[in-house]
Design a protein around this ligand. Structure first.
Ligand code: ZN
Ligand code: ZN
Length: 296
């Protein structure tokens, strides 16, 4: 007789059965197109945060109706880049008690729930991102840029920016979005990231509809929507060069955070050195005083 612990795990099936009530008010709410009831599941202590994760061999029944909760193979573990989804249950539910049964063959600890979910439009999600001045202080963004451009001593920094290139006393920074290849319009970033690279906020949120992950495209760390902000340093620059052609996508940045655009003659004063706040640097020569106003 084999000891219990040698029994192959794939033959151990565990069941969970729960009943939850659906009120008339909730049922009526679910008639609206943007509302749905969703069943979700997470793996406790999942190495990848902020994702759904169903057990191996998940089999679910809602009020006796078999439903498919995972699209991957029953025996296929969820990889680091994989994302499971939460099935929408509305069509299977009735007013009053509803029974949900999940069987699995997976000894890890999971947490299962149902929730009323509201579908948000791209615009609504973008509106959840704090306004530029509320996401991060300009000085904090500037410190990061100064550290990234000037602090060449941190050789062990695994999050170093691969898109910067050292040239003499300034570095060249590419303002193209790593996801779209177009110049960034609104500079988005995840607040905890230590690198200075940004991405196009709107394109990123739009692509998230398919990827279902709030993953930084630069350092690949996983976050939640709450961490998404506008980078006040780079957004000031991308706003100033907004009207330039898309071929203008690189700037030089000095360790103090001053910058100038590289490229075409159409840029005029944008090719002069600017202070981090976007104003032109004072000329050290004897020529006429440069305009200190915000460059349009
Ligand atoms: Zn950096
Ligand atoms: Zn990052």
């Amino acid at each position: 007789i084999l000891p219990q612990y040698l029994e192959p795990r794939s033959y151990t099936v565990q069941y969970i059965e729960k009943t939850f009530p659906l009120s008339r008010a909730n049922r009526e709410m679910l008639q609206k197109a943007e509302y749905d009831i969703q069943v979700w599941c997470i793996l406790l202590d999942d190495k990848v945060p902020f994702r759904m994760h169903w057990p191996l061999h998940s089999d679910m029944q809602i009020n006796g109706i078999p439903v498919r909760v995972v699209s991957r193979q029953a025996t296929q573990p969820l990889g680091a880049n994989g994302r499971d989804d939460g099935l929408m249950l509305t069509q299977f539910l009735k007013e009053g008690p509803n029974k949900i049964v999940l069987s699995r063959s997976d000894s890890r600890a999971f947490c299962l729930g149902v929730r009323i979910a509201k579908r948000r439009s791209l615009e609504e999600v973008l509106n959840l991102v704090p306004k530029e001045q509320d996401g991060e202080k300009f000085d904090d963004a500037l410190s990061r840029v100064r550290r990234c451009v000037g602090g060449g001593t941190e050789a062990d920094n695994a999050d170093s920016d691969s898109d910067i290139e050292v040239v003499a006393d300034s570095v060249s920074v590419n303002l193209r979005c790593p996801m779209t290849g177009s110049r960034i319009k609104v500079a988005g970033r995840f607040k905890p990231c230590v690198h200075m690279g940004c991405f196009d906020l709107e394109a990123f949120v739009e692509l998230n509809q398919r990827s279902r992950k709030w993953q930084c495209p630069i350092c690949l760390k996983n976050y939640s929507l709450e961490n998404l902000i506008i980078d006040p340093y780079f957004n000031r620059i991308t706003s100033l060069i907004k009207s330039c052609g898309d071929d203008i996508s690189e700037i030089d940045v000095k360790p103090d955070g001053s910058w100038r655009a590289k490229g075409g003659a159409e840029l005029k004063d944008l090719m002069q050195w600017h202070l981090p706040d976007g104003t032109l640097c004072m000329s050290t020569g004897t020529g006429p005083k440069p305009n200190m106003g915000v460059v349009k």
